[in-house]
Design a protein around this ligand. Sequence first.
Ligand SMILES: NC(=O)c1ccc[n+]([C@@H]2O[C@H](COP(=O)([O-])OP(=O)(O)OC[C@H]3O[C@@H](n4cnc5c(N)ncnc54)[C@H](OP(=O)(O)O)[C@@H]3O)[C@@H](O)[C@H]2O)c1
Length: 316
Amino acid sequence: MAVSVFEVIGYLAVGVYTLKLLNGVFNRFLKGGVKPTAYGKWAVITGATDGIGKAMSFEFAKKGMNILLISRTQSKLDLVAKEIVEKFPGVETETLAVDYSNFDDDKIEKVRSALEKLGGDFGVLVNNVGMSYDFPLYFHELTDQKTMDLLNLNVTSTTVMTRLALPIFLAKEGKKKGAIVNIGSYAGLYPSPLLAEYSAAKSYVEKLSNSLYYEYKDQGIDIQCHSPLYIVSKMSKFKKSTLFIPSAEAYAKTVLSLLGGNAVVSGHWLQSIATFGVIDYIPQSILMAKTKSMHLSIRKKGFRKLEREKDAKKTQ
Ligand SMILES: NC(=O)c1ccc[n+]([C@@H]2O[C@H](COP(=O)([O-])OP(=O)(O)OC[C@H]3O[C@@H](n4cnc5c(N)ncnc54)[C@H](OP(=O)(O)O)[C@@H]3O)[C@@H](O)[C@H]2O)c1
């Protein structure tokens, strides 16, 4: 029986999709992550006092890693450090207050010397700090300050921290010299109208990580980008977890379970299926029309909330 060209194309398409799916299932469920202690005793986590960064600090501590917590507010850092030590006796913590919106030479030197002090025990860097818009806006509506903050917190922090870590990792002996986990976003994998700069910044994080993965893999350094959809946190404004929106704690577990794996992963398994198994196959014009209309509606609500807040202030 003759097989038509269309049938051959159909079989090929199904074959490619099935292979991609099997590869995804293997990497997520069967391969297993590298134990963080294989890289060294200390994990350095940015944006470690809330949301995903805080949850990851606990998860790394649970695996026996000492944690250097970095974020903006010293009082919050002290609190998280205390909570970790109480929950995981034997784990050591250090804290460093750094504001990445102004990561100047002095602060860079402060971080460099803290990392050099860890030396060969420095095993994992998690570049988690980042920020998005308060609500979706047209690009011209962003303030100049917000435009710079989005670059500094997402792009500069990840770039500089990675450059501070690499020489320390490279100076080490052994097969697993270090791991770098960069927290990107689903918004960095696809265009995101009305979140354009966040999307572009996270796309940079994804491309940097993906290239560095191949650049350093054979030198014993595992570099990875996580590109999740929504996670419960202050930033996302989601307060309760659902099947598709995991808690920061559940998400942190998946980050650990995928350590040292593929260059770009989506994190939570259902989000991974949604991203790489479904969304990837939706025509971009349809996906963008839906995304834009959703963001326009959130923008409207955002402005309404601002108005309500202004009115409330006036009546005070
Ligand atoms: N939540 C989501 O749905 C989601 C989805 C995709 C990607 N992500 C990414 O995940 C990462 C973490 O987000 P999150 O939702 O966990 O955020 P979050 O709950 O708002 O926590 C932000 C953390 O960053 C610190 N931070 C904020 N501004 C800082 C600054 N200028 N300098 C230093 N530290 C600063 C905060 O500490 P202080 O309070 O002390 O400043 C806090 O520890 C971000 O890169 C984000 O883009 C999140």
